[in-house]
Design a protein. Structure first.
Length: 595
């Protein structure tokens, strides 16, 4: 329960009291600021509190946006203010100091909170009405303005993300928003819809694993149903303002779990028909994850950079003004809607091998297109990157104890770094070349992994503030993932590639978890976690050593990879669940891939 304090008796004919109660508020009436302060002091400390001017006239959804969104410590619209428990002390100080004759107390309090350092969110109301009329004529005009706008239609429209892909915008959102409203009216939560989406995708993966045409058709249909539910959970959260930390974590991680589980299902189904496509499945996962790391690294490097303009950005703005180019550019990057639609259709009518080749070709083109544009922007803009951005990029590199040891040693002896990106590219290139040329179980491969660790330490000697240093994390991702793929594929050991698929999936989860912690402003995972799972260079060295030891001893490389995958998954999942459930981190919802 939350408490709403009206700063005076309700205006005759007003529905404000009922509106506040419908939003879950216990309504109390004060006679003025001093009385409101006394009422506030009596409210239990853990409650959210709203202070509302009794003259308020406006849409219910305007009140909902201002008073019930849990993502902000305080929020305000004209005549209405809310404060979460953490902002209560500041609200109490402001209310105690408020003038006794304050005409618009909530607005006065909002300004006082902002001056006290509390971030006050003022939602964009658009066509919604929120006003505090001070005479009968202006009250009549405000009520007429309320009557002219259907706030339920606005609420439904605002449930859909402003920037989405072509397929999602025109083939999903026109009806999924009504599914979201249906769920809200039956008390379903976004987390329940997210879980239903995951279960549907897992069933789709199971259908694909049957390997027969009926199973493939069912898998394609269920994958589309899962995507509809995936859109619905976010729309339900926006429609009913049910944002939560748990929802952020589920939404951020389940998309990857659904897609990669479906890849595994397709590979299992193909194996039933004598076609081994595990290498293609793993290559698709590696490509997709590296693509996302490019997106995340570029955005983290530039979102708070100063002097951040370029001719290419101006060209992009001009293209946006044409209209149709917006949709074309969103489609060619193959965002999740277009990608899942392609996977679903091809699964139903072709074979897993065709699905994976289409994914690899399409995503490779999209990755080249987006990365080339970002490289051009980075080279032409005069951006100065912040210390926060450099730290975020360093955290995204996932540097472990071996590279840290090299980095510290080089710094102590006064070595000069010849270049961050150049060393990262050199490290990954020689490692991947060795993985393609040297025998899998050779100790020469272990030496190449050791050289990779040494160069990786040199690459992070200085802060990652260069124009192209945002490419360092994806280069390291490619070095680690592709090496594991090549060692497993070339080992000629039965089931080594499926075991490598599990290992990369566990490591990729850790990397996505790092991204969403940084996006939420809580920083990277703890250092002990990165050290425990070795960092990117430590895991690479370990896989090379396991390949050499199992080849020398004649033991099972697949078993070694499986054990490593299980250990990494156990550590990162336990820590991730502990963090997202207990830390109180802000809700960070995945708004889709950059177009």
């Amino acid at each position: 329960m939350s408490t709403a304090i009206l700063t005076g008796p309700p205006v005759p004919g007003s529905s404000l009291d009922g509106d506040l109660k419908s939003l879950g508020f216990d309504v109390q009436v004060a006679s003025g600021p001093s009385d409101a302060a006394a009422l506030l002091a009596a409210v239990p400390a853990g409650r959210r509190v709203a202070v509302v001017d009794p003259r308020f006239v406006g849409h219910l959804h305007a009140l909902r946006l201002a008073l019930t969104d849990p993502r902000f410590p305080a929020a305000a619209a004209p005549g209405a203010l809310t404060a979460q428990p953490d902002a209560r002390p500041a609200l109490e100080r402001a209310l105690t100091a408020a003038p006794a004759d304050s005409e618009a107390l909530p607005d006065t309090l909002a300004d006082a909170l902002a001056a006290d350092g509390v971030a006050v969110h003022r939602p964009e109301l658009g066509s919604l009405v929120a006003a505090v009329p001070d005479d009968s004529e202006s009250r009549h005009r405000a009520r007429a303005a309320v009557a002219e706008v259907d706030d339920e239609a606005v609420r439904l429209r605002n449930a859909v993300k402003a920037h989405d892909g072509f397929f999602t915008t025109f083939f999903i959102s026109p009806y999924s928003r009504y599914i979201a409203r249906w769920c809200a009216r039956r008390g379903l939560t976004p987390n329940q819809v997210t879980t239903a989406s995951l279960l549907t995708a897992l069933i789709a993966a199971g259908c694909a694993a049957t390997g027969d045409r009926a199973g493939y058709v069912a898998a394609g249909v269920l994958l589309l149903v899962s995507f509809v539910l995936d859109c619905t959970d976010g729309q339900l959260a926006r429609y009913s303002l049910q944002y939560s930390t748990m929802g952020a974590w589920l939404d951020a991680t389940f998309d990857r779990a659904k897609e990669y589980s479906f890849y595994a299902g397709l590979a299992l189904g193909a194996a039933r028909n004598g076609d081994d496509v595990w290498v293609l499945a793993l290559a698709s996962m590696v490509l997709m994850t590296c693509r996302h790391v490019v997106d995340f690294s570029f955005n983290e490097a530039n979102h708070d950079a100063t002097a951040n303009t370029s001719p290419t950005a101006a060209l992009s703005d001009r293209l946006d003004s044409v209209g149709w180019t917006v949709w074309a550019r969103r489609m060619i990057v193959l965002p999740i809607g277009e990608r899942w639609a392609m996977i679903a259709v091809l699964t139903a009518v072709t074979t897993p091998r065709v699905v994976f080749w289409a994914l690899i070709i399409g995503c490779s083109f999209a990755a080249c297109y987006t990365t080339a544009g970002r490289v051009l922007r980075s080279l032409t803009r005069k951006a100065r990157r912040t210390d926060r951005a450099a730290q975020a990029l360093y955290d995204l590199t996932d540097t472990g104890p071996l590279a840290e040891l090299v980095r510290g040693t080089l710094i102590r002896v006064g070595a000069k770094s010849p270049g961050t990106l150049g060393l990262a590219v050199l490290a990954s290139a020689q490692l991947i070349f060795a993985a393609t040329q040297l025998p899998v179980g050779s100790w020469g491969m272990v030496l190449a992994a050791g050289i990779y660790a040494f160069f990786a330490g040199g690459a992070v000697m200085v802060p990652l503030k260069g124009a192209l240093d945002w490419l360092v994390p994806p280069v390291f991702r490619a070095g680690e993932y592709v090496t594991v793929l090549l060692l497993a594929a070339r080992s000629d050991v039965p089931h080594a590639v499926p075991a490598a698929f599990g290992l990369i999936a566990a490591v990729a989860y850790h990397h996505y978890d790092t991204v969403y912690r940084i996006r939420g402003g809580t920083g990277a995972p703890p250092a002990w976690l990165v050290r425990t799972i070795g960092g990117h260079e430590g895991r690479t060295v370990l896989v090379a050593v396991l390949a050499a030891l199992t080849a020398t001893a004649g033991s099972d490389f697949t078993l070694a990879l499986t054990a490593l995958a299980a250990a990494v998954a156990l550590v990162v999942l336990v820590e991730s669940i502990r963090f997202w459930v207990s830390s109180g981190a802000p809700a960070v919802h995945d708004e889709g891939e950059t177009a």
